[in-house]
Design a protein around this ligand. Sequence first.
Ligand code: NDP
Ligand SMILES: O=CC(=O)O
Length: 325
Amino acid sequence: MSRRQVLVYRQLPPDQLARIQQEHDVVIANPRVAGQKDAFLKALPTAEGMIGSSYPIDEEVLTLAPRLEVISSISVGLDQFSPDALHRRGITLCHTPGVLTETVADLLFAMVLATSRRVAELDRYVREGQWNRSVGEDLYGWDVHGKTMGILGYGRIGQALAHRAALGFNMPVLYHTRTPVPSGLPEGRAQPVTLREVLMQSDFIVLVLPLTEQTRGLIGPQEFALMKPGAILINGARGPIVQEAALLQALEHGQLRAAGLDVFDIEPLPVDSLLRTHPKVLALPHVGSATHETRRAMCEMATTNLLLALQGKQPLAAYSPAPAR
Ligand SMILES: NC(=O)C1=CN([C@@H]2O[C@H](COP(=O)(O)OP(=O)(O)OC[C@H]3O[C@@H](n4cnc5c(N)ncnc54)[C@H](OP(=O)(O)O)[C@@H]3O)[C@@H](O)[C@H]2O)C=CC1
Ligand SMILES: O=CC(=O)O
């Protein structure tokens, strides 16, 4: 098998990089790192395979890469690509579903607990030297167990979250997807409902659905107005699914008790973003899958995907267009 040209556009563990270098000629250039953008652009005309994440592979990039056959994304989400456009060009787009599911569900549940029990806020209170008497009602949190968990997007991660909520914390679960799916939980523990019902009846509303043309801006002023007063929103999906201005309004006007955000419209979050300093916001730097074990598993899977696809074999997970709805 002939050696191919591979562009690695994010750091890989050395052993995974070595697997690629054994079979192919590699250029390493991360366009998000200062001084490496030129090398990235220069490598595109000869690149036949690419592996990386967190950088938009748009028309401009593709036009510069006429020999590209395979892109292996180190992510499950595919919103950095136009998957249908890649499919039309005959480019295989691979990703890493499954290996991060439980880890992301852990983080989503951590955000549920942290917002409701005000973990980050109370940590700041202690560090700032304000703890000089027993805390009063102004610093109490709210129970999590027994509250209603609403999940928008009931795929791999949504279902793993539902297990934690229903079986670990005795929470009734409401969930919404476009295609009906069984809950995977014992009878009576979770119900499929409409988007409106999730919004109106849940104490926690957790977003864990892909960013698509349909979901961009899905949660705006009307959706916030439907939520229970005192609901908590957790966005573990993608920032642009929530209209940030409407989110700030909902926090200001007391509609929302708190928001736990792992994702934002612009990442990294701009220093002047009002969400960065808002007292009711728990803000994380997009770390749903960021554990040593899981990031390693993602890199391994993405490397395997790349190598298989370049050999003309079926990768472990690749995008294929959904049937029209
Ligand atoms: N914060 C982080 O670090 C991470 C974030 N993510 C995000 O989580 C997302 C989900 O991952 P995963 O669970 O593996 O993906 P899945 O494909 O398994 O699940 C996605 C779910 O969303 C549903 N969905 C899609 N479109 C809509 C819609 N318009 N309205 C309602 N439901 C919809 C799908 O069902 P149906 O199509 O039938 O509607 C499906 O149930 C990723 O796309 C990514 O954006 C993932 C990993 C880490
Ligand atoms: O956001 C992370 C992903 O894997 O998608």
